[in-house]
Design a protein around this ligand. Structure first.
Ligand code: 0RA
Length: 686
């Protein structure tokens, strides 16, 4: 074997993996069965034959290269989308062995590509992405490809073999010499298996970015060389591994601890890698992985992490006198606010549990992760006193706010102010009592509120005018929010109460519609309201109760005809349309006259232009208050004609970033955001 040299040793050391592993050769491979069942029931192996399943083929091949990287033998992986639906994955690992396999009597390479390995396990060596839904084996990719070519650089030679729907066309052949090692797999998914073969560049990139974060020191390059697209490529390499990941998740946010916490340690055959950093937001972002697989539903590694975090923070705070004897302990929730953490553990035999296999089950992992975490965190806090103060200060403040909120809520609830018994006087309620028929318009300002009250259909539409300043409670806590009269009014009108006593079944209106002016202030107020809903009434968003009204920007009139328009582009279109109509009218009438009076064509054209300007009137609505009640009904409130935008939480992570930009302490990014986005309010996805 060539090149079992320096690269390997260096990589092993860098990754902290002990090099005591057994040599991996041909004999460890356990032979099970051929590929016929894969083509018969592809869904069983790759989850389905839609686009997810299609991309699964790429993940499968790349996972094998990542396994090679995790074992410390590979530091570069390349994925290339080629013409005619082919995909090529190359790595500089050891290369799949080519020598004769003891059980199959064929080359190991052919065995790996043509024999199904149950569970994808080759033996006990190394940490493998293989596990859970993944790791069905590269042979599955072969089975589901119309053509596949594998090239291995190993033992000083380049070896090659081709397959058709999983069957070798000929034996493995040496086609040249090389000093390098590595594996290259080129495959074309079989169109008889996959209804649609269309690779999604963004999906591939985001997966590769994530894999690069989780496998530090490995360069992953993705190239698009399909005939239709322009050639483009994207390479990821993160020296910091999960530290880089945490920094990426916190981008644009105000950071609490400048130096992120980081630990990487192997203990009892489990490699624990954790990075964390606090931002001054409220949400937690904890991403847990086992062998590079995102464990959506957590599991023992997450439990171990949380318990060590809570325990260590409490003991350290007491030791340093930040928490006094009489103070309550910090709770898990106090500690999670504003925490961004990535937990990535690697283990030999991962057990994935639950419906979606998204939960790590290995019991021993809990105490291993907790132990590694507690020791490293204690050291971190001792060694970084100013960051420790920032973090613990924030947690203690959260705890205080929690207690204050509890007290405030208790008094409010005791007084019955939130029980909805007394609806606020400012609310113009509707007459229908069935909540599924009803909607409430939250309107900015009293004058617009007046128009809306007169214009509405009072049987099912309620109006609640709010003062513009209402929510000037930036960065306010639940307790302060609740003490704002405007918010109290809103909460009482909605009927759901808030916090622990929130009850969506008490919601009095099926649709809650935010109706603000189409200007910067309106955008600000809308964002504040959305933030309120997002942070304290998230279920109202996820269950589709929150809407944004779309009042028109202009009313354009030519003669007796008029139109309301909602965007600048639409305005140009309507003006053009009206101009053509006016032109046609004038062509008939005025040009006749012009000829009579012996005017030149030019003079006539000039007059026409002026007449047009006179003929078209454009009224810009700066605020809702400028519309009369009938206009407001016609354009914005009549269910038959109005346009509304349903507020969705498409991507909670992105939404949180937007809100933090808007609500955070930093004024500049906030201003910039509102200015750039005020115009395309329609697209304000939350
Ligand atoms: C079996 C055994 C060894 C490596 C591999 C498979 C291997 C598979 C893939 C798939 C894509 N890239 C890959 N790189 C390696 C170990 C070989 C040894 O002991 O030298």
């Amino acid at each position: 074997m060539v090149k079992k040299g320096k690269k390997t040793a260096d990589l092993k050391e860098k990754k902290g993996i002990s090099p005591k592993k057994p040599e991996y050769g041909a004999k460890q491979i356990q032979v099970l069965e051929g590929l016929a069942p894969v083509r018969k029931r592809p869904g069983m192996y790759i989850g389905g034959t839609g686009l997810e399943g299609l991309h699964h083929l790429i993940w499968e091949v790349v996972d094998n290269s990542i396994d090679e990287a995790m074992a410390g033998h590979c530091d570069s992986i390349e994925i290339e989308l080629l013409p005619e639906n082919r995909v090529r994955v190359s790595d500089n690992g050891r290369g799949i062995p080519v020598e004769k396999h003891a059980q199959t009597k064929k080359s190991t390479l052919e065995t790996v590509l043509t024999v199904l390995h149950a569970g994808g396990k080759f033996g006990g060596e190394g940490y493998k992405v293989s596990g859970g839904l993944h790791g069905v084996g590269i042979s599955v990719v072969n089975a589901l490809s119309s053509c596949l070519t594998v090239e291995v650089k190993r033992d000083g030679k380049i070896w090659r073999q081709e397959y058709k729907t999983g069957k070798a066309k000929a034996n493995v052949k040496s086609i040249g010499k090389t000093k390098e090692t590595g594996t290259q797999v080129t495959f074309e998914p079989d169109s008889e298996i996959f209804a649609e073969i269309k690779f999604d560049w963004d999906k591939i990139i985001s997966r590769m970015r994530q894999q690069a974060y989780l496998t530090k020191g490995v360069k992953i390059k993705t190239i698009d060389s399909r005939e239709d697209g322009k050639k483009k490529s994207y390479a990821f390499y993160f020296d910091g591994g999960v530290i880089s990941y945490v920094k990426h998740l916190n981008r644009g946010k105000e950071i609490k601890n400048k130096i992120p916490f980081y630990v990487e340690k192997e203990k009892d055959d489990v490699l624990t890698e954790i990075a964390m950093q606090y931002n001054d937001g409220y949400k937690e972002h904890i991403f847990a992985f086992a062998n590079n697989i995102h464990t959506m539903d957590g599991g023992t590694h997450l439990v171990g992490f949380r318990s060590a975090l809570t325990r260590t923070f409490n003991s350290f705070s007491r030791k340093k006198g930040l928490l006094k004897e009489k103070d309550e302990n910090l709770t898990g929730d106090d500690i999670m606010e504003g925490l961004t953490a990535v937990i990535n553990i690697k283990l030999k035999d991962p057990q994935f549990e639950g419906q979606t296999k998204g939960k790590l089950g290995n019991a021993n992992v809990k105490s291993i992760v907790a132990g590694v975490m507690a020791t490293a965190l204690e050291d971190y806090l001792e060694e970084n006193p100013s960051d420790a103060k920032e973090i613990l200060g924030k947690c203690i403040l959260t705890a205080k706010a929690r207690m204050a909120a509890r007290a405030a809520r208790d008094t409010i609830i005791r007084k019955g102010a939130l029980e909805g018994m007394t609806l606020p006087g400012k609310l113009a309620d509707c007459s229908d009592r069935k909540s599924e028929n009803c909607e409430i318009y939250i309107v900015e300002g009293d004058s617009a509120g007046g128009s809306a009250k007169q214009g509405r259909d009072r049987s099912f539409q309620a109006i609640l005018p709010l003062r513009g300043k209402i929510l000037n409670v930036e960065r306010a806590r639940l307790d302060r929010m609740l003490s704002s009269n405007e918010i109290k009014t809103l909460v009482i009108a909605m009927g759901t109460s808030v916090g622990e006593s929130f009850d969506i079944s008490k919601l009095r209106y099926n649709r809650i519609i935010i109706m603000t002016d189409a200007d910067v202030d309106g955008a600000h107020i809308r964002t504040l309201l959305l933030t309120l809903f997002y942070r304290y009434f998230e279920q109202l968003i996820t269950e589709g109760h929150i809407y944004i009204a779309q009042p028109p920007l202009f009313r354009i009139q030519a003669g007796k005809e008029f139109k309301y328009v909602f965007t600048e582009e639409e305005k140009e279109d309507v003006i053009r349309e009206f101009r053509i109509k006016l032109d046609q009218r004038k062509m008939k009438g005025e040009k006749e006259k012009a000829k009579d009076k012996n005017k030149t064509e030019e003079e006539v054209d000039k007059e026409d232009g002026e007449a047009e300007m006179k003929g078209i009137t454009i009224q810009r609505y700066k605020g809702l208050g400028e519309m009369n009640p009938t206009q407001l009904w016609e354009t914005t409130m009549n269910p038959e004609t109005r346009i509304m935008k349903k507020v969705l939480i498409k991507d909670a992570e992105e939404a949180d970033r937007v809100f933090d930009t808007l609500m955070g302490n930093e004024v500049e990014p906030r201003k910039k955001f509102i200015q750039t986005h005020a115009k395309r309010v329609k697209n304000l996805d939350v």
